[in-house]
Design a binder for this molecule. Structure first.
Ligand code: NAP
Length: 337
């Protein structure tokens, strides 16, 4: 059999006139492809075991506090009953209770404006009984999330989204980093996904998710040192950008963005995206999905975090671990209890 480059067959093709041979070769190649697809089992990168390990450590650190020391205290500030943040509040309250953190949420009064929010955050920053503060984001105009979060000292800005923490992350000396970015890296390290010296792609460049994640991945922390490409809504030919990526971190919020047509075979995917799609079979009529088309990528991607059940539980556990660190700094500035 002669194999020659052929435009007609789109690259390496088979010479015409040897049809029987060609058919046999095609059958052979397609059976090889089928065989490869059958061999490739897409591993599910579950978040729960990592979250549980983090929670066990947090509980132990709180339990080991000296007698008379109050437990960590976390306060979450939000816009009130209409806020989509309510879903996260329930998760935060449950997670805090599970590890022994005192949790309180503060709803702004109806009619409160940007100045009220800034004053509220300033008061929490001064309150020594509060160790960690979370602020709902994004916030609709006229609220200014960054003006408000800038009122927090970096030690209390537990989600690491204030200007001082983000600046410290650029300098590779973070106090807190955004929990979702840390969670994505935790998953990649726990499951030993290719990072060090490898090409990884981060989809999304928001200040709270994609950008800090790219900084962590491209940083000098032990075992990371990835070569990072950032893609965003203006990126052309995503398939080419992804072509030689070993690990893909998707932080977009667009169901179906990643599929067999743009993900290289065998690539690993940490799916940070979270969207709701209609599902009449579910209570509430919706279900959560990520950016990756998990069904299409089964047997193609090397591994994939499920949504839900991947990045989400690790993010909440990392947030609680951040509260414990903030509390340790406050009660024992020279080190942990
Ligand atoms: P965001 O502020 O809306 O940012 C989305 C990013 O995706 C932007 O940078 C945007 O580019 C980029 N983008 C849009 N279309 C794209 C495309 N076709 N290809 C590549 N990039 C594209 O959202 P976010 O706050 O960063 O959150 C990202 C996702 O993570 C959301 O689904 C959110 O729900 C999820 N999330 C999950 C957790 C968790 O615990 N699992 C926590 C936080 C957030 P431009 O900058 O050009 O607009």
């Amino acid at each position: 059999m002669t194999i020659v480059p052929s435009d007609h067959y789109g690259g390496w093709g088979l010479t015409p006139g040897r049809t029987r041979c060609a058919k046999r070769a095609a059958r052979y190649l397609s059976s090889r492809t089928r065989q490869r697809e059958e061999d490739l089992v897409t591993e599910r990168l579950l978040g729960q075991p990592i979250a549980e390990r983090t929670n066990v450590a947090s509980r132990a650190r709180i339990a080991a506090r000296p007698a008379g020391t109050p437990p960590p205290s976390l306060v979450s500030v939000h816009r009130g009953v209409d806020s989509p943040f309510r879903f996260y509040l329930r998760r935060q309250a449950k997670a805090a209770e599970a590890v022994g953190i005192t949790f309180r949420d503060i709803a702004l009064d109806p009619g409160a404006g940007p100045t009220d929010l800034v004053e509220r955050v300033r008061a929490l920053d001064r309150d020594p009984s509060v160790h960690a503060v979370l602020l709902e984001h994004p916030l609709p105009a006229p609220f200014d999330f960054y003006a408000a979060v800038a009122e927090l000292r970096p030690e209390k800005d537990v989600d690491g989204v204030g200007p001082l923490n983000l600046g410290r992350l650029v300098a590779q000396r973070p106090i807190h980093v955004p929990a979702v970015a840390r969670a994505a890296v935790d998953i990649a390290q726990h499951y030993r996904l290719p990072l060090a010296g490898e090409r990884v792609v981060v989809l999304g460049r928001s200040e709270t998710v994609g950008l800090p994640l790219a900084l962590l991945l491209g940083g000098r922390a032990e075992g990371i040192h990835a070569t990072v490409t950032i893609a965003h809504s203006r990126t052309r030919r995503l398939d080419r950008v992804l072509a030689d990526a070993r690990t893909i971190f998707s932080c977009v919020g667009q169901p179906g963005l990643l599929h067999r047509g743009n993900v290289p075979e065998g690539a690993h995917i940490v799916d940070v995206g979270l969207s709701s799609v209609p599902d009449p079979d579910r209570a509430g009529g919706v279900r959560a999905v990520g950016d990756a088309d998990a069904t299409a990528l089964e047997g193609w991607a090397g591994s994939l975090t499920p949504v839900p059940g991947g990045v989400g539980p690790v993010t909440v556990a990392d947030l609680m671990a951040g509260c414990v660190r903030a509390w340790e700094r406050a009660v024992r500035p020279e080190g942990g209890p």
